[in-house]
Design a protein around this ligand. Sequence first.
Ligand SMILES: [Mn+2]
Length: 355
Amino acid sequence: MLSKEQIEEIREHLNKSQNPIFFFDNDCDGLMAFILLRRYIGRGKGVAIKSFPELDESYIRKIEEFNADYVFILDKPQVSKKFIDEVKQKNLPIVWIDHHDIEINLEFLNEKNVSYYNPVFSKQKSGEPTSYIAYNIAGNKKDLWLALSGCVADNFLPEFLGEVTKQYPELFSKSINSAFEILYETEFGKLIMMLSFALKDRTSNVVSMINILFTANSPFDILKEDEKNFKINKRYQQVSAVYSKLLEKAKIVARSPRKVIFFQYGGELSLSADLANELSYRFPGKVIIVAYIKGAIANVSVRGRVNVREITLKAINQIEDATGGGHEHATGAKLKVEDLPRFKEFFEREVERRS
Ligand SMILES: [Mn+2]
């Protein structure tokens, strides 16, 4: 985990900022890191990052639009050099909080305007989610449910779980042994899926969801169906229907005796990370590869108990224009559709060799 001094430093940055902009990774962990920090200082604007793998320079426009005086980057492992350079030219500080295990470009970190925080590089080399770090910065017990949502979405079970189950026993029907057990077996998990699906909605709806989270007092403010959050609920119904169908198809593939399970699909909705997570929970011994195909590009999510990060990095090294990375047991990659078979075969060979 980050040291007390680091946590205090981040607090100071937040307190100094008058009009901060928060760029956060477009998933539940990134979202919650932003929401927790925003609730802590009561000001600032959040922008979900859609560019992959890096936060690219197209987002400079947002800094200008908002006239921000501080730039926070949450849960994003890579940032383009151009983005850093342009922010530097504007004389704005960057506070970058991440938890991905990556080889960071040291050149960035020597920039005077960049403060970089990542528990992977701490003594314990731990990789707590950014929502966990944000909770430690903000420290408001009333917001524990928000922090737990972000942690669970990143497959991390924090030590404060017991406090949340005490606050909302009706949302946890059973004793919990793993993060994904919460996600797939409890009402609290439904809350996380709702937020995850809402993040994939159009921007105006994402903005209204974020506004609800600024002031929500409990999970019930999201789960209950009322006028204020009918869009979140409607979205959940719609995406759930698509998701369930895809999951059923993928499960048929996963039931085969193969060690590496490969599933691809197309359409308008990118659900590869959600599908890969649930398949890894339902089929714990397997390595799961889910590819979302849009045009000539495939966005791939990989999960597995073997070191899938090592294999992912090796694979993309051999494939032209492929990018990606992530955590030891969960990665993402982007590659040309025509290279998918090579990617898949590479995994089959590597998993076979390692078992
Ligand atoms: Mn994360």
